[in-house]
Structure formats: C-alpha cells, structure tokens
Design a protein around this ligand. Sequence first.
Ligand SMILES: C[S@@+](CC[C@H](N)C(=O)[O-])C[C@H]1O[C@@H](n2cnc3c(N)ncnc32)[C@H](O)[C@@H]1O
Length: 253
Amino acid sequence: MTVHFVGSGPGAADLLTLRAARLLSEAPVVLYAGTYLDGEVLAHCRPDARLVDTQHLDLDDITAHLVDAHRRGLDVVRLCSGDPSLYSALTEQTRRLDAAGVPWDVTPGVPAYAAAAATLGAELTVPELVQTVVLTRTQARSTAMPDTEALARVAGLRASLVLHLAITRIRVLAEELSVEYGADCPAAVVAFASRPDELVLRGTLADIADQVEAAGLRHTAVIVVGRALGVRSADVACSHLYDPARDRSGFTR
Ligand SMILES: C[S@@+](CC[C@H](N)C(=O)[O-])C[C@H]1O[C@@H](n2cnc3c(N)ncnc32)[C@H](O)[C@@H]1O
C-alpha cells in the first residue's frame, strides 16, 4: 500500500492534474488541509472515502493516520496545497514513513505562484529584463530562514520575487524591498488564487501595503514583486526562441 503525496493545486477543482483526480477517486483514505482547499476538490473523492482534515493535527497525528492506513492495507492520498516541492512538510513526513517502512510517491500540482502569475497575466521572465524567479518566504513566528537567504540578499538579484506566508508583514517587507527594487517597482498581491473568492491588488512597493491593509488580507496570498509586472508589450524585447530571423535548420530543444 502506498501513501500518495498529491499536489492539489491552488484551490480550484479544475486545476487538479488528471493523475491527482484519478488518485483521489481511488483512495479509501484522504488527508487534506482544509485551510487551502476549495471543497470542490474533495468532490473527486469516492463516496465512501475517509476524509481527514489535518489543519488542527500535528506531525505525530498525521503520521499516525498514514501508518495506520498502511497497516490496514489502505492506499492514502495526502493532499498538499499547490505543489509538494514548496513548503509542504514533505521531507519531515516522508522521513517518518521511511522509518516505518511505508512506501510513498509524489504527484506534482500547480503551485500558488503560477496560479497568481496566470491571474496577473504576467510572464515572470521577460527577455532582457528579468530571467530569474525567486520563490521564498520570510520569517516571523515560523521556522528560521537560512542566513544566506536574508531578504536583503535575495533582493539584490532584482529578480521576479514571489513571497509566500508573508502577507501580514507586507509593510515592513515592501520598505525593505524598496531599497533594491525602488519604491516605484510594480508589486501585486493575489489572495485565494484560482478560487471563487480570489482577490487581486496591483500597485507599487510604495502603496501595496496600504491596499492590503485596507482589504484586511491576512492569509493565503502571495506577494509578487518585480519589473516584469510593469512591462507593456511594446517595451519588451523578443526571445531568441521565436525570432523569425533565427536559423531553424537542425533546431533542437
Ligand atoms: C504552506 S505554503 C504552501 C505552498 C504550496 N505548496 C505551493 O506550491 O504554492 C502556503 C502559502 O502558499 C501561498 N498560497 C497557497 N495557496 C494559495 C492561493 N490559492 N493563492 C495565493 N497564495 C496561496 C500563500 O502564501 C500561503 O501562505
């Protein structure tokens, strides 16, 4: 029996992968974090599935559910919001499953940053302007950040930046980022991306915190910062990939 860690995407049921939907429709046990999920995602579960909301459980409780299902010969889907490769506690859970001899695998999902970029209609990598995307978070009452990833250092790249788990600190973060990016740098916040209650705020580092506070936003939002958000199509250089003048004989990817 296997524990399937499955990316449930940013919330919308139709942003599940086909594989995720199939695994959900087959699993007798499903663990999910209610905070990040549109109830419609769970409509993919079979009617007799045992559904466990993990939002109030600790790691020991969650592991106990996973190991117990394995011992009873039941496959489990463990839903992770977005994609399991980002802030999903995958490592700490799989380490415990390895110790208990429980097999597991991973199915990717649409991450929140991609859903937010889609809502914004933004390419985060614009030719000749920015070619790097930084996905990060900041530290408040959470696990310590590695010293080498201090926001001031990361900002020095002036890459397109996506901050997770950071919305309550937006004022101090916007001020800190202004040092490198400039206060006029475009900034956006997308909350509940892809869900019916999605909320989008667009502005600059100078005014985005005012907008967030006025909207009363406290969670489930990404902050996107960078010059890529501010380009009009006329300003943009074209990528070499689709350049009509490019020699396409012998073209390989
Ligand atoms: C624990 S992390 C999980 C990230 C997730 N694994 C991913 O791939 O996006 C939770 C944070 O992701 C962001 N997030 C998750 N779902 C979101 C959504 N639908 N809209 C906006 N931000 C979201 C928020 O910053 C939230 O605080």
